[in-house]
Design a binder for this molecule. Structure first.
Ligand SMILES: Nc1nc2c(c(=O)[nH]1)N[C@H]1C(S)=C(S)[C@@H](COP(=O)(O)O)O[C@H]1N2
Ligand SMILES: [Mo]
Length: 172
């Protein structure tokens, strides 16, 4: 039987009805380093990091259509990872998972060498200069390179897992 490449991996892009309701009120999330060490990340921690502004972002829902353009703001996911890991730590990808089980993976290459350079992956805490609301997805990962189906624009981040090896992919 032929299966799609992602059929058994909930973190890989898949058809999905977007969830409009936040899975709870807790804005903080957990970061897990490659050795397993865990630390809590708050919105205030994210505010302390250098802030990036990403104009012209669109959320392209195959269900309810395209919304935007939005101006999201926040630190890069790379800056958070670099702050929480030892400087010499080896890592290859980051899993970003929400409280409702939705999630996506980003590679170290995508984080370190965004295309274009001025549109890196961000952990959004603001929208049009105002604090992002929980209902709008706070804390929300914004992947500017994804312009097809919004499946990488993870709302309500609750867990960020930094992996030293690539996770085993579903078999194709
Ligand atoms: N946590 C979480 N993030 C999510 C989803 C979801 O169900 N849960 N749905 C995705 C999909 S399929 C879409 S179309 C967009 C919808 O984003 P919006 O609610 O801001 O329009 O969020 C994406 N991020
Ligand atoms: Mo979607």
């Amino acid at each position: 039987m032929t299966r799609t490449a992602h059929s058994s991996d909930p973190l890989r892009p898949h058809a999905h009805d977007p969830n409009p309701s936040p899975p709870g009120d807790d804005l903080a999330f957990v970061l897990v380093a490659p050795g397993g060490a865990q630390s809590v990340v708050t919105v205030d921690d994210l505010r302390q990091l250098p802030q990036i502004t990403l104009p012209n972002c669109f959320i392209v829902s195959t269900g309810h259509g395209t919304s935007g353009p939005f101006v999201f703001g926040g630190p890069t996911l790379l800056s958070l990872v670099q702050t929480r890991l030892a400087p010499d730590a080896d890592w290859l990808e980051v899993e970003v998972v929400s409280g409702d089980g939705f999630g996506n993976r980003v590679s170290a290459a995508e984080l370190r060498r965004p295309q274009p350079e001025n549109r890196p992956i961000v952990l959004a805490i603001s929208l049009a200069g105002q604090p992002l609301t929980r209902r709008q997805g706070l804390v929300r990962m914004i992947v500017p390179a994804e312009t097809d189906d919004a499946l990488r624009q993870v709302k309500w981040v609750s867990r960020v897992v930094v992996n030293a090896t690539l996770a085993r992919r579903a078999q194709g």
